[in-house]
Design a protein around this ligand. Structure first.
Ligand code: AHR
Length: 554
């Protein structure tokens, strides 16, 4: 079968060589590019935690106020103050977990400001009021600068309940004492009627415990979370978490891990934590990795060095994807270092901030600090990253894209009564099929993408993806990063036979394509049934695309 198809392809190419002009020949070559995907059902990796499909909501710019929270008196349709359109769209993609209230904001936040009657809550200066990312054309002031605390623990817990997500709180380690952490846990989780804070919770509208299981112990403790040394943070971690009350299930405590490739932060924390007996009480270790390329890698200025969200050339496009694909080696490297002190790997990785981070200028509205447009390129980046997490399902217990709405690589834009889904949203929708399924080893063979990086040749994997199985349902997701080459791939399933298949593809004729309030449906996925060829699934992955194949197994 394979020989015959090879022959037909060669024959077609040969005929084209004789008759077709060069452009047509190039097109034909592009259409017949060779790729192969082998799915090894007998080689399970681990269960894909639904929490890998997690999100991040920080009190920053237009994320909480205007994005998630519009208030009960708003004309914008809302459910107890929460933007209904967003709640419904988010529920559809089954968010595993949502991290809140920050980010850097978390280490300046007093949880008590966000409880009690809303009209009596204090207004505070937001952590982000002074951020250097505010540009002259943006509007400061309002909730983005002076935090009104209308949205607190109860409002967040209700948001999680409505969307079906697990709440993941980040506690303040930089500027609140350890006792406050214990008190916040008590407020959230103590049984109804048991203690004063449970009474307070009932007065705030929630009689029953909120059952918050995931707790981050600070955020970026090497930076905005206190500028700690790794050893000092390990001691603080122990002080803040030893003897914490837990009601029912043990709390899942998550340490503030490294930024990208800071292996020393991981090594030094784990060494000290192991000595202090901290690791036994830890559930997860946070890893933050943003993809930003400083104008093609030529400058490292924090704010000015980043590129535009929509104006980018081929080099900048491939470079952002290369930076995202580093997640794979970062996961392996930190996992290896963690194993030096935790050989049984009781502590898992939590990639609780990831995504693309661009320069200012494409905010969806002027209050949206760190808001940026989201193109088809970002959809490829999202698919590529989620596939990496799936492929490391035994190591990665949670991941949270930054951030949910109006900020960095968001799933939504929402402002006043306007709302739209970004291409990244569609990837989360497509990839949700992996949640809870068994990740299986998958081997991709495809010609590499070749491009120029700083005037030197560089390459990127031609096709990448992940596969998972749930009963008779096999899900394969694939990204094709190439800007101009479609890849036709044979998909071989070892250990079962395909009975039927369908493909959902997210692609656009221009990788810069994006959705906006005025044109919300420029980038949308399309689904089609596939013909099987003698038990093989053969599919053509368009350039710069993310695809989901749903394969029914015999
Ligand atoms: O996501 C924006 C910021 O990036 C977060 O507040 C911080 O943790 C990180 O540096």
């Amino acid at each position: 079968m394979q020989d015959r198809r090879q022959f037909l392809k060669s024959a077609a190419l040969g005929a084209a060589c004789l008759a077709a002009p060069e452009a047509a020949l190039k097109r034909l070559k592009a259409q017949t590019a060779e790729a192969r995907i082998e799915i090894l059902l007998e080689e399970p990796i681990g269960r894909i935690a639904p929490e890998i499909y997690g999100h991040f909501v920080e009190h920053l710019g237009g994320v909480v106020y205007d994005g998630v929270w519009v208030g009960e008196k708003s004309k914008v349709p809302n459910t107890g103050g929460l933007r209904t359109e967003l709640v419904e769209a988010l529920r559809k993609v089954r968010p595993g977990a949502i991290r809140w209230p920050g980010g850097c904001f978390a280490d300046q936040y007093d949880w008590k400001d966000g409880i009690g009657p809303r009209e009596k809550r204090p207004r505070r200066t937001s952590f982000w009021a002074q951020a250097q990312e505010w540009t002259k054309t943006m509007h400061r002031g309002g909730a983005q600068t002076y935090e009104p605390n209308e949205f607190g623990a109860i409002e967040f817990a209700r948001f999680c309940k409505l969307t079906g997500a697990q709440p993941y709180f980040a506690a303040n380690v930089r500027s609140l004492p350890a006792l406050e952490f214990a008190r916040w846990v008590e407020y959230c989780n103590a049984p109804a009627g048991s203690v004063s804070l449970a009474e307070q919770r009932a007065a705030d509208g929630e009689r029953d415990p909120l059952n918050v299981r995931y707790w981050g112990v600070g955020n970026e403790s090497w930076g905005c979370g206190g500028n700690f040394l790794a050893e000092d943070y390990a001691s603080e971690f122990r002080r803040y978490t030893a003897w914490l009350p837990s009601y029912g299930d043990r709390l899942a405590l998550i340490g503030s891990g490294p930024s990208s490739d800071n292996l020393e932060w991981t090594r030094r924390f784990f060494k000290k934590a192991a000595e202090g007996g901290v690791l036994g009480g830890m559930w997860g270790w946070g890893l933050h990795h943003y993809s930003w390329n400083a104008s093609g890698g030529r400058t490292s200025d924090w704010v000015k060095g980043k590129r535009d969200a929509l104006r980018f050339d081929a080099e900048q496009y491939y470079e952002i994807l290369r930076e995202a694909s580093q997640l794979e080696s970062l996961i392996d490297a930190h996992w290896g270092v963690m194993g030096e002190c935790d050989p049984k790997h009781a502590v898992k990785l939590v990639v609780d901030e990831w995504g693309a981070w661009y320069a200012g200028g494409s905010e969806p509205f002027p209050e949206a600090l760190l808001g940026q447009q989201n193109s088809m390129a970002d959809a490829v980046l999202a698919g590529l990253s989620l596939d990496i997490f799936n492929r490391h399902a035994e190591k990665v217990a949670m991941a949270n894209i930054a951030q949910l709405v109006n900020c960095l690589q968001s799933l939504f834009f929402a402002h006043e009564d306007r709302f739209c889904l970004t291409p990244t949203y569609h990837v989360f929708d497509m990839y949700a099929a992996h949640q809870g399924a068994q990740s299986v080893r998958t081997v991709f063979t495809a010609p590499a993408v070749r491009y120029t990086r700083n005037e030197k040749p560089a390459t990127l994997a031609g096709l990448a993806g992940s596969a998972s199985r749930s009963g008779k349902q096999l899900t394969l997701t694939v990204t094709n990063p190439s800007l101009d080459q479609a890849r036709e791939a044979e998909i071989a399933i070892r250990g079962a036979t395909a009975q039927s298949a369908r493909a959902t593809t997210l692609a656009a004729s221009d990788v810069h394509a994006h959705n906006s309030f005025d044109a919300p449906r420029e980038v949308e996925p399309k689904t089609e049934a596939l013909n099987l060829r003698g038990g093989l699934v053969v599919h053509r992955f368009p350039p710069a695309s993310a695809t989901k194949l749903e394969i029914a197994l015999g």
